[in-house]
Design a protein around this ligand. Structure first.
Ligand SMILES: NC(=O)c1ccc[n+]([C@@H]2O[C@H](COP(=O)([O-])OP(=O)(O)OC[C@H]3O[C@@H](n4cnc5c(N)ncnc54)[C@H](O)[C@@H]3O)[C@@H](O)[C@H]2O)c1
Length: 338
């Protein structure tokens, strides 16, 4: 099977390519490198002892895509490419709607015309906004509270319509907090700027600063800090392979929307304590006020993907932090240092 991966030079995309290759898929990447790293693709090629085909192209450049899809006889797509900084999405909604929605409409129209009917989409827990209850299941009300989340909901709505109208087969995966790095230590998280808790703290430890800022310590949780659900990036990668296999191989497969979390919540302080244990460094913790729109608790129910696709996560929070530490402590400047 020949799979086109948009955004394959990014964090989750590059980890998923390893899982795809390990499962016998042939992979072609398109990426415009607005936030991805060619070094990630080169590292994966070296690890797999196989050159990963990569095109420096925008996923909405249909003229170029036509040639790529024909040349590589593409029969399935994973669409990671997007902008995903929540704060930036509030400051520049046009940038987000253009890349995440308008371009995705052109891309989906092209896939439909080309008869490519197996599509996996990177959605996000951000579509839920502030949930009424936890764990959150897929029937929970969608009420995004930032532009980024509404762009993901807009694409989910379009996919729902395409499924009903044209029989387009897709799976939308609503990731909770992706974290960790590949066990080999050759690829990991390198977002610029970094906004996620685990890489931010580990980068500070790797730089010898040992600093952590906690936003809000008056939430109604066991220690007053916000609780989130973390999933290892390699578990996410495995879920994409599972989704594609289901869409392609199961003649009775149905389109669907699935949460991807572990149904386990860890507070910010739980994460910081675990980080101290794994790195052996005492953190200087600073408390700041709550950030606007940050809910107290966000934990996924993953019952649906477990029951319908047989997904099971393999990695614990300890595995997540130690694999990320392995990456950050050996790549002080991310991919630039490699
Ligand atoms: N990281 C998380 O915790 C998380 C959580 C929920 C959802 N997501 C979603 O998962 C996907 C991947 O996230 P990530 O953390 O790997 O992000 P990332 O920024 O590391 O990767 C995105 C990739 O897409 C590419 N890209 C963006 N726009 C493009 C365009 N127009 N044409 C071609 N390439 C383009 C970038 O260069 C980059 O390589 C995104 O859709 C994101 O919204 C991520």
């Amino acid at each position: 099977m020949n799979i086109l991966v948009t955004g394959g030079a990014g964090y989750i995309g590059s980890h998923t390519i390893i899982s795809l290759v390990d499962n016998g898929f042939s992979v072609t990447v398109i990426d415009n490198f607005c936030s991805g790293h060619i070094e990630a693709i080169n590292a994966v090629s070296k690890y797999e002892n196989k050159k990963i085909k990569v095109y420096n192209v925008d996923f909405s450049d249909i003229n170029v895509l036509e040639g790529i899809v024909k040349k590589h006889d593409i029969n399935g797509v994973i669409h990671f490419a997007a902008h995903s900084l929540v704060g930036e999405s509030m400051d520049d909604p046009l940038k987000y709607y253009k890349n995440n929605v308008a371009k995705t409409i052109l891309f989906l129209e092209f896939l439909k015309k080309s008869g490519i009917n197996h599509f996996v989409f990177s959605s996000s827990a951000a579509v839920y906004g502030i949930p009424d209850k936890n764990p959150i299941d897929e029937t929970s009300r969608l009420n995004p509270i930032n532009v980024y989340g509404s762009t993901k909901q807009a694409v989910e709505n379009l996919l729902d319509g395409m499924g009903r109208a044209y029989g387009f087969k897709y799976i939308s995966l609503r990731y909770f907090n992706a974290a960790g790095a590949h066990k080999s230590g050759i690829i990991g998280e390198d977002h610029r700027p970094e906004t996620h808790l685990i890489p931010k703290v580990l980068k500070s430890v790797a730089a010898g600063k040992n600093k952590a800022v906690v936003f809000g310590n008056d939430y109604p949780t066991h220690d007053g800090t916000a609780i989130r659900d973390y999933i290892h990036v390699d578990d996410l990668a495995g879920a994409h392979v599972l989704s594609l296999k289901y869409l392609i191989e199961d003649k009775k497969s149905k389109s669907g929307v699935y949460n991807l979390g572990c149904e386990k919540g860890y507070s910010v302080l739980d994460i910081l304590r675990k980080t101290e244990e794994i790195t052996g460094k005492k953190l200087k913790i600073e408390f700041a006020g709550r950030r606007e729109g940050d809910p107290a608790i966000l934990v996924a129910s993953y019952e649906k993907i477990k029951k319908e696709l047989g997904f099971e996560f393999k990695y614990s929070i300890g595995d997540i932090i130690s694999s990320a530490w392995n990456w950050h402590s050996n790549h002080l400047n991310g991919y630039i240092a490699t």
